[in-house]
Design a protein around this ligand. Structure first.
Ligand code: PAF
Length: 282
């Protein structure tokens, strides 16, 4: 049985683990767990003596109160899913007060502009909110390794910067995106899609692959435009952005530098559901 711990219990368990030199891995989540999360937990399980899974819907990373209030919550189901993985898992599913005290407050960081591109353009302060909670979790749990999925690539770059800025002693492990059979990246938000929309969402990963296979030789501007048009033709679908950006700076370079790595980033709104994905192009 996994153990659910209160903040004070987390502190004393962490203290004991450090004294007895047991390694700890942390998988931070907002719950509503799916196979993407489970793949992170399984990897953490192989690499650590203790695995922490945090489940907390972090209010400071939501710029839209409606998005926050409808974010899926399935604590009992989450506990059940984790229970089947292993005995050494410890769950920390705090309430808002345990994390933030009276009022949730956002810490602001200088992420050298990577927080204002792509997702950051459409979700003001989102990444400051993510960094605020991840910093709190890393400080509390002091894991040796922390695990994130590549689907949220921009988030992983933010955490990388956060770890440097705050000089945190942790190794970040980025794990491959887990997909449905049709290529749709797993996300807690997929639960809101109708069956038809879910089927049609295969166009997102197909489009990323099309950009990848034409990255070197094509006129990327017109290919990008055609892809956006094709996606927007689907009922309920609207591309919020499709960008090719430098994988390190996340800036949209005027000219492709063959010595640098590039990624395509996409966000499609399907009705009210935002689906994001990305792919390495070269
Ligand atoms: O990726 C997520 O689920 C969240 O952004 C995270 C990292 C758990 C912080 O709330």
């Amino acid at each position: 049985m996994p153990i659910y711990l209160k903040k004070e219990e987390v502190e004393s368990t962490v203290h004991k683990a450090i004294l007895s030199k047991r390694s700890m891995g942390l998988v931070p989540t907002m719950g509503s767990l799916h196979h993407g999360h489970l793949s992170l937990i399984e990897k953490a399980n192989k690499e650590n003596d203790i695995v922490w899974v945090s489940i907390f819907i972090n209010p400071t990373q939501f710029n839209d109160p409606n998005d926050l209030s409808r974010y899926p919550k399935n604590l009992e189901k989450d506990y059940g899913l984790i229970k089947n993985i292993c005995e050494k898992i410890k769950i920390f599913s705090p309430n808002e007060k345990e994390i933030y005290g009276k009022t949730p407050t956002l810490q602001k960081y200088d992420f050298k502009k990577i927080d204002v591109e792509l997702e950051g353009k459409h979700r003001k302060n989102h990444f400051n909110g993510v960094a605020t909670i991840v910093s709190k979790l890393l400080t509390l749990i002091k894991p040796n390794k922390v695990y994130f999925g590549e689907k949220d690539y921009q988030q992983t770059q933010i955490i990388k910067k956060l770890i440097c800025l705050e000089n945190i002693n942790v190794n970040m492990i980025i794990c491959p995106t887990v997909r449905e059979k049709n290529g749709l990246a797993l996300s807690s938000r997929n639960n809101f899609l109708s069956n038809i929309d879910r089927g049609n969402s295969s166009i997102i990963y197909k489009s990323l692959n099309l950009l990848k296979s034409n990255f070197i030789n094509s006129n990327l501007k017109s290919l990008r435009k055609n892809i956006i048009n094709d996606i927007n033709k689907k009922k309920n679908f609207k591309v919020e952005y499709l960008e090719i950006a430098n994988a390190e700076t996340l800036q949209i370079d005027e000219k492709i530098n063959p010595k640098k790595q590039y990624r395509a980033f996409i966000c499609v709104r399907v009705n009210e559901v935002r689906l994001i994905d990305n792919i390495l192009l070269n």
